[in-house]
Write a protein that binds this ligand. Sequence first.
Ligand SMILES: NC(=O)C1=CN([C@@H]2O[C@H](COP(=O)(O)OP(=O)(O)OC[C@H]3O[C@@H](n4cnc5c(N)ncnc54)[C@H](O)[C@@H]3O)[C@@H](O)[C@H]2O)C=CC1
Ligand SMILES: O=C(O)C(=O)Cc1ccc(O)cc1
Length: 365
Amino acid sequence: MSQVLIKGLGLIGSSLALAIRQAHPEVRLVGCDVNAESLAYAQQTGMIDAVASDFLAAAPQADVIILAGPVSVICDDLTLLASLTLKPDVLVTDVGSTKQTVLTAAKPLQRRGVAVVGGHPMAGSHKSGATAGRADLFENAFYFLVPGHAPQAAVTRLQDLLKGTHVKWLTVTPTQHDRLVGQLSHLPHVVAAALVNQTQRALADSPLGLRLAAGGFKSITRIASSDPTMWTAILLANGPIVTEQLAAYQAELTRIATAVKQRDVTQLTAFFATAKITRDHLGPERLGSLPNFFDLFLNVPDQVGAIADVTARLVQAKLSLVNVHILEIREEVDGVLQLTFGDAATRDQAAEVLQAADYQIVRRA
Ligand SMILES: NC(=O)C1=CN([C@@H]2O[C@H](COP(=O)(O)OP(=O)(O)OC[C@H]3O[C@@H](n4cnc5c(N)ncnc54)[C@H](O)[C@@H]3O)[C@@H](O)[C@H]2O)C=CC1
Ligand SMILES: O=C(O)C(=O)Cc1ccc(O)cc1
């Protein structure tokens, strides 16, 4: 039986585990993480078969190693792996958001004859952790492959292992990758966070301040809720490219500030019209990112009708559900029910209704 070791069972690692499980139930999935809560959750919900408490001891047993921690940790892991004796045909891959630093860190391992295929799914969310993982997270999204010197057979093997993700594969070089995602992902994250911080300071004296924000502010700043550790690692790894792109963006802001000052109607209209045409052709929000869903995780007893009771209470309260997901119910063991709602208010009302009926909410996300 083939053994896949996933280091980092956060949003991406756990979603890959679920997708591998769906397409390859025969694979033994082993998880490794510094976060004991994530490991316990992954094991309790059947996402993984076993926990590896020592990465260095587990790696030599693995047929495939997937590195899914922050980019800086992925680079350290690649260095560590180069000091071990791994299985002769082991395949090593990662999911990091930058590829030049990762592929550079992979060199000593590649020199030892190990196939390293860089990877990066262009889907995700501002959510993090194993509880946010879902098998369909990557559906129809692009998945960058950066094979470097790895043989085609290794690439095909990875694509087969991850076929349950239903992604669209795209092979690129590390530099092409980092330029593309710098502009399309890293720069937007900086812009979103900068806008939130600057707005917070600007409205510090206003009684209602940011609470007055409407949909526009919220939708362009959603990604400012992303994990700070992960994004610090990404910006440091793609520093030179992102600073260049930030400078170009600043020049665009300066141009528009000048047009406003000069009351240049033609330039202002052209500015908005050009952006509108490009944005209107982008297609549905679902591509490359999940719509903003809001989850409730609650314990449900191992009893006939337990799930029907939960959904009936929500129907009675006229609260509309987007999805219901049973994480695990085994005989005589309570399960966790993941209820997904379209907005935070509905989720919070649902929590009140269910808590009043003595259901235990494990987590809101
Ligand atoms: N969040 C997103 O939308 C996307 C993220 N990525 C990349 O995927 C990787 C993982 O991101 P997420 O899953 O979103 O982050 P996450 O924060 O949900 O998960 C990261 C996991 O790595 C674990 N971890 C951190 N340091 C560790 C260490 N030294 N040893 C073992 N485990 C460690 C954390 O405990 C956590 O469970 C990052 O490199 C990120 O750049 C790629 C595509 C999309
Ligand atoms: O939430 C979103 O829209 C994202 O932008 C998700 C994302 C985050 C990091 C990546 O490297 C790729 C995709």
